[in-house]
Design a protein around this ligand. Structure first.
Ligand SMILES: NC(=O)c1ccc[n+]([C@@H]2O[C@H](COP(=O)([O-])OP(=O)(O)OC[C@H]3O[C@@H](n4cnc5c(N)ncnc54)[C@H](O)[C@@H]3O)[C@@H](O)[C@H]2O)c1
Length: 437
């Protein structure tokens, strides 16, 4: 058994690490030369818990390359896991997928074996059946004889990518041909436990399932954030108590009902936007999803309005930011609300002092020397007038009112309600908890 994985980011590298740890030969391909050089030395260019351990475990079964050639096509399955960002018009950019398919098509001419292309990247409905199939057919290749296309969306979460790859909540297999779907399912059955959940469908439904999941989760987050913003203005209310009781209702479930500064990362903002644009292209105005995105964008203004309320004038204020990654346990800052808040506060001429256990290196690429990077979070309190906790890294649980008192304005915003501080001498604002003035 041999598989090829094209695109070694969060999805592709987690898959490579898991499969190779199961003694399956994997050819991992990425167009980024530096990434390949690093992987050959067992170095990943992003942080993900347990990833290195699994990569090391499977090292003997991995082969890394920069190019797609006929050897990489000589595999039982070719997984495509390249990025699918948004373009300038806020529509999905399928350029990387197209480039990969073109290269497969080129090499297919030299091969006598049928290739099974497994599309794991998140792509809008019809991508497999129009874009991918059309590129191959326009080059004279015949579906069923020379290639098959299966849509197999990925549901992993950054921060627990290995855990989710090892035990996915479901494996969705979408394709036209039952036998081909079954082939992929048999492969999965050989590596996953007997009780693994599967769902078989056509390509387009499989593609839509991924968007449905992400759009629904984003909606839940925007819903609870709206509720938190209302609670903020109603003394005595606590959004966590409300969410906990809502979660007891079996029709709702408590997951993704944790209010905060808004969702970020490389998936929710782009996938909800791609679905809005896709809906428009097929003649439907997805108003609900537009509101979900707008609500999320405005969370930065909610935080800045609290800052303005207590600081009055933002100009020249020294503001500490605790947490830069879009969530804990990752160094990914793509679409992170912390980054948007810092950009906003720099425009207001604030002086920024930022800390994160993992994401400083990535943040430096954006802000360079415009802000101060603080190594130990305790020092943020020595340098700032006030501070905002943005990402719920567990080390921040240690923050005390004594530390907050070191800041000139003795003012702290906890956007995640991580801390339980009751000290009348400081201004302590928990997002989503209404307080008497
Ligand atoms: N990150 C997540 O949490 C997550 C979860 C589920 C699904 N997805 C989806 O999976 C896909 C990949 O996401 P990701 O976060 O792993 O992306 P990523 O940006 O971390 O990695 C993509 C990789 O593809 C490589 N690449 C780009 N063009 C290439 C080419 N022509 N040939 C070879 N390699 C190429 C890039 O160099 C990069 O290493 C996206 O569609 C994303 O929406 C992501």
């Amino acid at each position: 058994m041999r598989v090829t994985v094209i695109g070694l980011g969060f999805v592709g590298l987690s898959l490579t690490a898991f499969l190779s740890s199961k003694k399956i030969n994997v050819i991992g391909i990425d167009s980024n030369e530096k990434k390949i050089e690093n992987l050959e030395k067992n170095i990943a260019d992003f942080f993900e818990p347990d990833l290195i351990t699994f990569l090391r475990k499977g090292r003997k079964f991995q082969k890394f390359s920069r190019t797609i050639n006929s050897e990489s096509l000589d595999s039982d399955f070719i997984f495509i896991t390249v990025g699918t960002p948004l373009d300038k018009k806020d529509q999905i950019n399928l350029e990387y997928v197209k480039i990969v398919i073109k290269k497969i098509s080129h090499n297919l001419k030299k091969s006598s074996k049928k290739v099974n292309i497994i599309l794991k990247s998140t792509v809008v409905p019809n991508t497999a059946m129009t874009i991918v199939k059309t590129v191959l057919e326009n080059d004279g290749h015949v579906e069923g004889k020379e290639f098959e296309v299966i849509s197999n969306p990925e549901f992993l979460r950054e921060g627990s990518a290995m855990k989710d790859t090892i035990s996915p909540h479901v494996i969705v297999i979408g394709g036209r041909n039952h036998k081909v779907r079954q082939n992929l399912m048999s492969f999965y059955k050989s590596i996953y436990p007997k009780n693994q959940e599967y769902f078989e469908t056509n390509n387009t439904t499989a593609e839509m399932i991924k968007y449905a999941n992400n759009a629904f989760l984003a909606t839940k987050i925007s819903f609870i954030n709206s509720l938190a913003n209302i609670c903020q203005k109603v003394p005595g209310t606590n959004v966590d108590d409300i969410a906990n009781v809502m979660g007891l209702d079996p029709r709702i479930s408590g997951l993704f009902l944790k209010a905060g500064p808004g969702y970020g990362g490389s998936c929710f903002p782009k996938d909800v936007q791609a679905l809005i644009s896709f809906s428009k292209s097929v003649g439907y105005d997805a108003k609900l999803l537009e509101a979900v995105q707008e609500n999320n964008q405005k969370q930065v203004l909610i935080i800045s309005s609290i800052l303005k309320k207590y600081l009055r004038n933002l100009k020249g204020k020294k503001i500490g930011i605790l947490g830069l990654s879009f969530k804990e346990n990752t160094d990914d800052i793509r679409e992170s609300v912390s980054i948007r808040l810092i950009e906003y506060l720099i425009k207001k001429e604030c002086k920024m002092f930022v800390h994160d256990p993992k994401a400083i290196k990535n943040t430096k690429k954006i802000f360079k020397d415009k802000i101060t990077y603080v190594k130990k979070f305790e020092d943020v309190f020595n340098m700032s007038d006030c501070a905002v906790l943005m990402t719920p890294w567990s080390i921040y649980k240690k923050i005390s009112s004594k530390q907050i008192k070191k800041m000139k304005k003795q003012f702290f915003i906890d956007t995640r309600r991580m801390l339980d501080i009751n000290d009348k001498e400081i201004i302590f604002v928990s997002l989503g908890i209404g307080k008497d003035e």
